[in-house]
Design a protein around this ligand. Sequence first.
Ligand SMILES: NC(=O)c1ccc[n+]([C@@H]2O[C@H](COP(=O)([O-])OP(=O)(O)OC[C@H]3O[C@@H](n4cnc5c(N)ncnc54)[C@H](OP(=O)(O)O)[C@@H]3O)[C@@H](O)[C@H]2O)c1
Length: 291
Amino acid sequence: MRPYVILARGYREGGHMDTKPLGRSGVDIPEIGMGAWDYEGDPAVMRRALELGSFLIDTAENYKTEEHVGKAIAGRRDDYFIATKVSPEHFRHADVLAAAERSLKALGTDRIDLYQLHAPSDEVPIGETMRAMDDLVAAGKVRFVGVSNFSVEELKEAEDALGSGSVVENQIKYSLFDREFAESVIPYCEENGVTVLAYSSLERGRFVAELRANEVLSEVMDRVCAETHKTPAQVVLNWVLRSPAVVTIPKTNHVARVDENCAASGWRLTESQHAALADAASRRRSKHWWR
Ligand SMILES: NC(=O)c1ccc[n+]([C@@H]2O[C@H](COP(=O)([O-])OP(=O)(O)OC[C@H]3O[C@@H](n4cnc5c(N)ncnc54)[C@H](OP(=O)(O)O)[C@@H]3O)[C@@H](O)[C@H]2O)c1
Protein backbone atom coordinates (compact mmCIF):
# COMPACT_ATOMS: atom_id res chain seq x y z
CA MET A 1 0.00 0.00 0.00
CA ARG A 2 1.28 3.47 -0.87
CA PRO A 3 2.02 5.46 2.27
CA TYR A 4 -0.20 8.41 3.01
CA VAL A 5 1.37 11.84 2.75
CA ILE A 6 0.23 14.73 4.89
CA LEU A 7 -0.67 17.54 2.51
CA ALA A 8 -1.79 19.90 5.25
CA ARG A 9 -3.13 19.42 8.71
CA GLY A 10 -6.39 17.52 8.37
CA TYR A 11 -5.74 16.18 4.88
CA ARG A 12 -4.20 13.03 3.55
CA GLU A 13 -3.62 11.58 0.14
CA GLY A 14 -6.41 9.19 -0.74
CA GLY A 15 -8.62 10.36 2.08
CA HIS A 16 -9.79 13.31 4.04
CA MET A 17 -10.09 14.03 7.74
CA ASP A 18 -12.81 16.58 8.38
CA THR A 19 -12.30 19.00 11.21
CA LYS A 20 -14.85 20.77 13.38
CA PRO A 21 -14.56 23.84 15.59
CA LEU A 22 -13.77 23.16 19.25
CA GLY A 23 -16.57 25.11 20.89
CA ARG A 24 -15.90 28.84 20.58
CA SER A 25 -12.17 28.39 21.05
CA GLY A 26 -11.26 29.38 17.50
CA VAL A 27 -9.36 26.08 17.18
CA ASP A 28 -10.41 23.21 14.90
CA ILE A 29 -10.04 19.57 15.88
CA PRO A 30 -10.35 16.40 13.74
CA GLU A 31 -13.75 14.73 13.88
CA ILE A 32 -12.00 11.42 14.60
CA GLY A 33 -9.55 11.60 17.50
CA MET A 34 -7.78 8.85 19.41
CA GLY A 35 -9.08 7.58 22.74
CA ALA A 36 -6.41 6.42 25.17
CA TRP A 37 -8.27 4.43 27.79
CA ASP A 38 -6.47 1.07 27.80
CA TYR A 39 -3.89 2.39 25.32
CA GLU A 40 -0.96 -0.01 25.62
CA GLY A 41 1.59 2.53 24.47
CA ASP A 42 2.65 1.56 20.93
CA PRO A 43 3.85 4.94 19.59
CA ALA A 44 3.16 3.76 16.02
CA VAL A 45 -0.57 3.99 16.75
CA MET A 46 -0.46 7.70 17.60
CA ARG A 47 2.10 8.44 14.86
CA ARG A 48 -0.13 6.82 12.26
CA ALA A 49 -3.11 8.77 13.57
CA LEU A 50 -1.17 12.01 13.11
CA GLU A 51 -0.30 11.02 9.53
CA LEU A 52 -4.00 10.58 8.85
CA GLY A 53 -4.97 13.96 10.30
CA SER A 54 -6.21 12.57 13.62
CA PHE A 55 -4.11 14.81 15.85
CA LEU A 56 -6.42 14.80 18.90
CA ILE A 57 -5.59 12.39 21.73
CA ASP A 58 -7.88 11.96 24.74
CA THR A 59 -6.55 10.55 27.99
CA ALA A 60 -7.19 11.03 31.73
CA GLU A 61 -5.25 10.91 34.96
CA ASN A 62 -7.15 7.79 36.00
CA TYR A 63 -6.47 5.89 32.74
CA LYS A 64 -2.80 5.66 33.73
CA THR A 65 -1.90 6.14 30.06
CA GLU A 66 -0.64 9.73 30.16
CA GLU A 67 2.98 8.53 30.20
CA HIS A 68 2.36 6.31 27.18
CA VAL A 69 0.84 9.28 25.39
CA GLY A 70 3.78 11.48 26.44
CA LYS A 71 6.24 8.99 24.95
CA ALA A 72 4.21 8.61 21.75
CA ILE A 73 4.07 12.36 21.09
CA ALA A 74 7.66 13.09 22.15
CA GLY A 75 9.39 15.23 19.53
CA ARG A 76 6.07 16.05 17.82
CA ARG A 77 4.23 17.67 20.75
CA ASP A 78 3.16 20.76 18.83
CA ASP A 79 1.52 18.67 16.11
CA TYR A 80 -0.95 17.11 18.55
CA PHE A 81 -3.90 18.45 20.50
CA ILE A 82 -3.82 16.77 23.91
CA ALA A 83 -6.91 16.37 26.08
CA THR A 84 -6.78 14.93 29.56
CA LYS A 85 -9.03 14.87 32.63
CA VAL A 86 -8.97 15.50 36.34
CA SER A 87 -10.86 12.95 38.45
CA PRO A 88 -13.72 14.02 40.75
CA GLU A 89 -11.77 13.01 43.87
CA HIS A 90 -9.34 15.81 42.95
CA PHE A 91 -11.91 18.60 42.46
CA ARG A 92 -10.82 20.68 45.48
CA HIS A 93 -8.86 23.76 44.36
CA ALA A 94 -5.42 22.64 45.55
CA ASP A 95 -6.03 19.09 44.33
CA VAL A 96 -6.87 20.26 40.79
CA LEU A 97 -3.63 22.23 40.62
CA ALA A 98 -1.64 19.23 41.88
CA ALA A 99 -3.39 16.85 39.47
CA ALA A 100 -2.62 19.16 36.55
CA GLU A 101 1.07 19.23 37.50
CA ARG A 102 1.14 15.40 37.61
CA SER A 103 -0.55 15.20 34.21
CA LEU A 104 1.83 17.74 32.68
CA LYS A 105 4.78 15.74 33.97
CA ALA A 106 3.41 12.40 32.79
CA LEU A 107 2.60 13.84 29.36
CA GLY A 108 6.03 15.49 29.15
CA THR A 109 4.56 18.84 28.18
CA ASP A 110 4.22 22.37 29.52
CA ARG A 111 0.54 22.75 28.61
CA ILE A 112 -2.65 20.72 28.39
CA ASP A 113 -4.68 21.71 25.33
CA LEU A 114 -8.02 20.63 26.79
CA TYR A 115 -8.45 19.94 30.52
CA GLN A 116 -11.72 18.25 31.40
CA LEU A 117 -13.62 17.61 34.63
CA HIS A 118 -14.05 13.85 34.27
CA ALA A 119 -17.56 13.71 35.75
CA PRO A 120 -19.92 15.87 37.79
CA SER A 121 -19.33 15.90 41.54
CA ASP A 122 -21.96 15.94 44.27
CA GLU A 123 -19.31 16.76 46.83
CA VAL A 124 -17.23 19.68 45.62
CA PRO A 125 -19.01 22.88 44.49
CA ILE A 126 -18.39 23.51 40.81
CA GLY A 127 -17.29 27.10 41.61
CA GLU A 128 -14.26 25.85 43.54
CA THR A 129 -13.15 23.49 40.76
CA MET A 130 -13.66 26.11 38.05
CA ARG A 131 -11.62 28.66 40.01
CA ALA A 132 -8.73 26.22 39.84
CA MET A 133 -9.32 25.83 36.10
CA ASP A 134 -9.23 29.64 35.75
CA ASP A 135 -5.91 29.70 37.60
CA LEU A 136 -4.46 27.02 35.31
CA VAL A 137 -5.57 28.97 32.23
CA ALA A 138 -4.09 32.19 33.65
CA ALA A 139 -0.80 30.36 34.27
CA GLY A 140 -0.71 29.12 30.66
CA LYS A 141 -0.81 25.48 31.79
CA VAL A 142 -4.24 24.82 30.29
CA ARG A 143 -5.48 26.25 27.00
CA PHE A 144 -9.17 25.25 27.06
CA VAL A 145 -11.56 23.92 29.69
CA GLY A 146 -14.06 21.11 29.13
CA VAL A 147 -16.28 18.79 31.13
CA SER A 148 -17.39 15.20 30.77
CA ASN A 149 -20.60 13.35 31.53
CA PHE A 150 -22.41 16.62 32.35
CA SER A 151 -26.17 17.03 31.87
CA VAL A 152 -27.43 20.30 30.39
CA GLU A 153 -28.13 21.68 33.88
CA GLU A 154 -24.67 20.72 35.09
CA LEU A 155 -23.12 22.19 31.97
CA LYS A 156 -24.92 25.51 32.51
CA GLU A 157 -23.64 25.64 36.09
CA ALA A 158 -20.12 24.91 34.87
CA GLU A 159 -20.37 27.66 32.25
CA ASP A 160 -21.56 30.16 34.87
CA ALA A 161 -18.74 29.19 37.23
CA LEU A 162 -15.87 29.48 34.73
CA GLY A 163 -14.43 32.97 34.51
CA SER A 164 -11.85 32.39 31.77
CA GLY A 165 -13.62 32.05 28.45
CA SER A 166 -16.24 29.40 27.85
CA VAL A 167 -16.56 25.69 28.51
CA VAL A 168 -15.66 24.46 25.03
CA GLU A 169 -16.61 20.81 25.28
CA ASN A 170 -18.64 18.09 27.00
CA GLN A 171 -17.39 14.51 26.60
CA ILE A 172 -20.24 12.00 26.75
CA LYS A 173 -21.14 8.44 25.81
CA TYR A 174 -22.70 8.37 22.35
CA SER A 175 -23.18 5.43 20.03
CA LEU A 176 -25.75 4.09 17.61
CA PHE A 177 -26.69 1.67 20.36
CA ASP A 178 -26.77 4.09 23.29
CA ARG A 179 -28.03 7.58 22.54
CA GLU A 180 -30.45 8.75 25.19
CA PHE A 181 -28.07 10.78 27.30
CA ALA A 182 -26.38 12.28 24.24
CA GLU A 183 -29.70 13.21 22.67
CA SER A 184 -30.60 15.10 25.85
CA VAL A 185 -27.37 17.13 25.61
CA ILE A 186 -26.51 17.60 21.90
CA PRO A 187 -29.23 20.17 21.01
CA TYR A 188 -28.06 22.49 23.82
CA CYS A 189 -24.43 22.04 22.74
CA GLU A 190 -25.28 22.79 19.09
CA GLU A 191 -27.10 25.98 20.04
CA ASN A 192 -24.49 27.18 22.50
CA GLY A 193 -21.22 26.45 20.72
CA VAL A 194 -20.12 23.51 22.88
CA THR A 195 -18.39 20.56 21.19
CA VAL A 196 -19.56 17.07 22.09
CA LEU A 197 -16.69 14.58 22.29
CA ALA A 198 -18.45 11.23 21.84
CA TYR A 199 -16.91 8.30 23.69
CA SER A 200 -17.40 4.55 23.37
CA SER A 201 -18.93 5.05 19.92
CA LEU A 202 -17.79 1.50 19.07
CA GLU A 203 -19.38 0.25 22.31
CA ARG A 204 -15.89 -0.69 23.49
CA GLY A 205 -15.64 -3.08 20.53
CA ARG A 206 -18.98 -4.72 21.29
CA PHE A 207 -20.63 -3.17 18.22
CA VAL A 208 -19.89 -6.44 16.41
CA ALA A 209 -21.86 -8.44 18.99
CA GLU A 210 -24.62 -5.81 18.93
CA LEU A 211 -24.94 -6.28 15.16
CA ARG A 212 -24.95 -10.06 15.43
CA ALA A 213 -27.70 -9.90 18.04
CA ASN A 214 -30.04 -7.82 15.85
CA GLU A 215 -30.97 -9.41 12.54
CA VAL A 216 -32.84 -6.37 11.22
CA LEU A 217 -29.95 -4.06 12.04
CA SER A 218 -27.49 -6.52 10.47
CA GLU A 219 -29.41 -6.42 7.23
CA VAL A 220 -29.56 -2.62 7.21
CA MET A 221 -25.85 -2.48 8.02
CA ASP A 222 -24.98 -4.86 5.16
CA ARG A 223 -26.94 -2.68 2.76
CA VAL A 224 -25.39 0.58 4.00
CA CYS A 225 -21.88 -0.92 3.89
CA ALA A 226 -22.46 -2.02 0.30
CA GLU A 227 -23.82 1.41 -0.68
CA THR A 228 -21.02 3.37 0.97
CA HIS A 229 -18.16 0.89 0.43
CA LYS A 230 -17.38 1.25 4.14
CA THR A 231 -16.90 -1.24 6.97
CA PRO A 232 -19.39 -1.62 9.84
CA ALA A 233 -16.91 0.12 12.20
CA GLN A 234 -16.70 3.08 9.83
CA VAL A 235 -20.48 3.25 9.48
CA VAL A 236 -20.98 3.05 13.26
CA LEU A 237 -18.44 5.86 13.79
CA ASN A 238 -19.80 8.02 10.99
CA TRP A 239 -23.31 7.63 12.41
CA VAL A 240 -22.44 9.74 15.49
CA LEU A 241 -20.81 12.48 13.39
CA ARG A 242 -24.02 13.78 11.85
CA SER A 243 -24.30 16.80 14.16
CA PRO A 244 -21.81 19.58 13.39
CA ALA A 245 -21.12 19.69 17.15
CA VAL A 246 -19.99 16.05 17.49
CA VAL A 247 -16.54 14.51 17.12
CA THR A 248 -15.59 11.02 18.28
CA ILE A 249 -12.51 9.37 19.82
CA PRO A 250 -12.37 5.63 19.08
CA LYS A 251 -9.58 3.82 20.86
CA THR A 252 -7.41 1.17 19.28
CA ASN A 253 -4.04 -0.45 19.93
CA HIS A 254 -3.70 -1.48 16.28
CA VAL A 255 -2.27 0.60 13.46
CA ALA A 256 -4.51 -1.08 10.85
CA ARG A 257 -7.56 -0.06 12.87
CA VAL A 258 -6.29 3.52 13.02
CA ASP A 259 -6.50 3.48 9.23
CA GLU A 260 -9.95 1.92 9.31
CA ASN A 261 -11.31 4.29 11.95
CA CYS A 262 -9.87 7.44 10.38
CA ALA A 263 -11.55 6.54 7.09
CA ALA A 264 -14.86 7.02 8.93
CA SER A 265 -14.34 10.72 8.18
CA GLY A 266 -14.51 12.61 4.89
CA TRP A 267 -17.96 11.40 3.86
CA ARG A 268 -21.49 11.32 5.23
CA LEU A 269 -24.26 8.77 5.54
CA THR A 270 -27.35 9.99 3.72
CA GLU A 271 -30.27 11.05 5.85
CA SER A 272 -32.17 7.89 4.97
CA GLN A 273 -29.19 5.61 5.72
CA HIS A 274 -28.74 7.37 9.07
CA ALA A 275 -32.43 7.03 9.93
CA ALA A 276 -32.64 3.38 8.84
CA LEU A 277 -29.75 2.47 11.14
CA ALA A 278 -31.27 4.42 14.04
CA ASP A 279 -34.66 2.77 13.53
CA ALA A 280 -33.18 -0.72 13.41
CA ALA A 281 -30.88 -0.33 16.44
CA SER A 282 -32.57 -0.83 19.75
CA ARG A 283 -32.45 2.04 22.21
CA ARG A 284 -30.73 1.58 25.51
CA ARG A 285 -30.35 3.85 28.49
CA SER A 286 -26.77 3.77 29.73
CA LYS A 287 -25.99 3.21 33.36
CA HIS A 288 -23.97 6.24 34.44
CA TRP A 289 -20.67 5.00 35.85
CA TRP A 290 -20.08 8.28 37.70
CA ARG A 291 -23.26 8.16 39.84
N1 LIG B 1 -15.21 10.53 29.76
C1 LIG B 1 -15.52 9.29 30.08
O1 LIG B 1 -16.18 9.01 31.09
C2 LIG B 1 -15.06 8.19 29.18
C3 LIG B 1 -15.52 6.88 29.34
C4 LIG B 1 -15.09 5.90 28.45
C5 LIG B 1 -14.21 6.23 27.42
N2 LIG B 1 -13.75 7.52 27.29
C6 LIG B 1 -12.80 7.92 26.21
O2 LIG B 1 -13.32 7.49 24.97
C7 LIG B 1 -12.39 6.64 24.31
C8 LIG B 1 -13.11 5.64 23.43
O3 LIG B 1 -14.02 4.87 24.17
P1 LIG B 1 -13.72 3.37 24.63
O4 LIG B 1 -12.26 3.13 24.71
O5 LIG B 1 -14.57 3.15 25.83
O6 LIG B 1 -14.33 2.45 23.52
P2 LIG B 1 -14.49 2.43 21.92
O7 LIG B 1 -13.65 3.44 21.27
O8 LIG B 1 -15.94 2.41 21.67
O9 LIG B 1 -13.97 0.97 21.58
C9 LIG B 1 -12.65 0.59 21.79
C10 LIG B 1 -12.58 -0.94 21.58
O10 LIG B 1 -12.96 -1.23 20.24
C11 LIG B 1 -11.91 -1.94 19.58
N3 LIG B 1 -11.81 -1.38 18.23
C12 LIG B 1 -11.28 -0.20 17.86
N4 LIG B 1 -11.39 0.00 16.54
C13 LIG B 1 -12.00 -1.12 16.05
C14 LIG B 1 -12.36 -1.53 14.75
N5 LIG B 1 -12.16 -0.74 13.68
N6 LIG B 1 -12.96 -2.75 14.61
C15 LIG B 1 -13.19 -3.55 15.69
N7 LIG B 1 -12.86 -3.20 16.94
C16 LIG B 1 -12.26 -2.00 17.13
C17 LIG B 1 -10.66 -1.71 20.40
O11 LIG B 1 -9.83 -2.83 20.38
P3 LIG B 1 -8.27 -2.70 19.95
O12 LIG B 1 -7.64 -1.69 20.87
O13 LIG B 1 -7.78 -4.10 20.19
O14 LIG B 1 -8.27 -2.29 18.52
C18 LIG B 1 -11.22 -1.51 21.80
O15 LIG B 1 -11.41 -2.75 22.44
C19 LIG B 1 -11.57 6.06 25.47
O16 LIG B 1 -10.37 5.48 25.04
C20 LIG B 1 -11.42 7.29 26.32
O17 LIG B 1 -10.43 8.15 25.80
C21 LIG B 1 -14.18 8.49 28.15
